[in-house]
Design a protein around this ligand. Structure first.
Ligand SMILES: Cc1cc2nc3c(=O)[nH]c(=O)nc-3n(C[C@H](O)[C@H](O)[C@H](O)COP(=O)(O)OP(=O)(O)OC[C@H]3O[C@@H](n4cnc5c(N)ncnc54)[C@H](O)[C@@H]3O)c2cc1C
Length: 363
């Protein structure tokens, strides 16, 4: 395979696939290399929740909005179902209500509305106020990623089971030989010690580990994704508002155990009725292979407070993604014709398509 391409991409997660999509749309001859027989990392383990609402105000929020539009553009072509549209953020504390009221008054509140809990009858008793947003969508990643890959594979060369072991200007060394490419984009996810490990270290990128659950069909349909009070201090679009300080203090006092494990609530629903529920966040270079039952219990406690008694757990898994203390994504230039693209905040499904456009604008 001594072929030559306009663009070669390393990594078959959503970030790599999004770059392939952008390159194909520009009419370029593209090859993508993924070391595993299929994407197995964060991109198939996530909620598939394309989150616009709550992303950091400004550029990142705009990137998420653009990426959502690109998901809606590609999904019908690739046969990907948009399983849910819209988001419900439920607040049960006065301090959370203050955050939601402040949020809706910003430009990020456009397309959102506040409503009484009675308008969201799937919620448990004890909620005070609900923010509904029309912006967010949800796909089922474990089927969406293979479908996207298959569709791209009809328009580009996608090689699975191929490791890229070295990169030099205009060439990639791979487990099947040398590949030539005018431009190379490396999308390694949280592979911290592989290609350009020095640049990754210099950007202070490390890893976050999460626990996830699938619950049986609860017997009702959720009209959109659901989040709760704990999310309002994680997602920067809310957490950066001055009103969030009082909420942080209350949650620290009343939910210390959950905060220590980085627990907050996202609930999304599949076509078969089952729910994907999470998650927790533990930082460090891990990942450890052990999933904690105590952490799952903390996630389910939050579910109980927001949606009532949880149905049985039918599946559990862990996942990891790249994080950095001072940036939400990295587009680095290790060589003039090479880019390193990493989403460093756990929002790759929400932003990869727009970040890919940005990467190409830097050549
Ligand atoms: C549990 C969980 C829940 C999440 N929920 C959401 C969510 O709802 N919404 C959202 O927006 N984000 C979410 N995220 C974050 C999101 O999944 C990630 O930001 C995103 O998937 C990162 O994509 P990626 O392509 O960079 O990484 P990955 O999916 O990890 O893909 C990187 C790929 O590169 C390959 N690779 C690396 N080096 C080489 C090499 N040298 N040669 C060949 N192949 C190589 C790896 O094998 C891997 O398949 C979640 C993450 C997790 C773990």
């Amino acid at each position: 395979m001594n072929a030559s391409y306009d663009v070669a991409i390393v990594g078959g997660g959503i970030v790599g696939l999004a770059h392939a999509y952008a390159a194909i749309k520009s009419g370029l001859k593209v090859a993508l290399f993924e070391r595993h027989p299929q994407a197995l990392g964060a991109s198939i383990r996530n909620f598939g929740f394309v989150t616009v609402t709550g992303q950091q105000r400004g550029e990142f929020h705009a990137l998420a909005m653009r990426a959502r539009d690109l998901w809606l553009e590609v999904a019908p072509h690739a046969g990907i179902a948009v399983e849910q549209r819209g988001l419900y953020v439920s607040a049960r504390y006065a301090e959370s209500e203050a955050v939601l009221r402040a949020f809706i008054d910003t430009e990020m509140g456009e397309g959102c509305r506040l409503m009484p809990p009675a308008e969201a009858p799937f919620l448990a008793d004890g909620q005070r106020l609900v923010l509904h947003s029309a912006h967010d969508i949800r796909v089922e990643s474990r089927t969406a990623i293979p479908k996207l890959s298959a569709w791209l594979g009809e328009r580009a060369t996608l090689r699975y089971g191929v490791s890229v072991t070295g990169i030099d200007s205009g060439r990639l060394e791979t487990s099947i030989g040398t590949i030539l490419a005018e431009r190379i984009i490396v999308c390694p996810g949280d592979d911290l010690n592989g290609l350009f490990a020095d640049r990754i270290r210099a950007a202070h990128i490390s890893r976050c580990q999460l626990q996830m659950l699938r619950l049986a069909d609860p017997g009702f349909r959720l009209p959109g994704a659901v989040m709760s009070d704990l999310s309002l201090i994680r997602y920067l679009g809310y957490a950066d508002l001055s009103e969030a300080a009082a909420l942080k203090a209350r949650l620290q006092a009343e939910h210390a155990e959950q905060l220590a494990q980085g627990v907050h609530l996202i609930v999304v629903q599949n076509a078969d009725g089952s729910l994907v529920v999470g998650d927790s966040h533990v930082y460090g270079d891990g990942p450890l292979p052990f999933a904690s039952e105590a952490t799952d219990r903390l996630i389910l406690d939050e579910y109980h407070a927001v949606l009532g008694a949880p149905p049985p757990v039918i599946e559990r898994w862990t996942g990891t993604y790249a994080v950095a203390p001072d940036r939400l994504y990295l587009i680095d230039t290790p060589m003039p014709d090479v880019r390193l693209a990493v989403v460093t905040c756990g929002a790759g499904a929400s932003t990869a398509f727009a970040i890919a456009e940005k990467t190409f604008s830097t050549f």
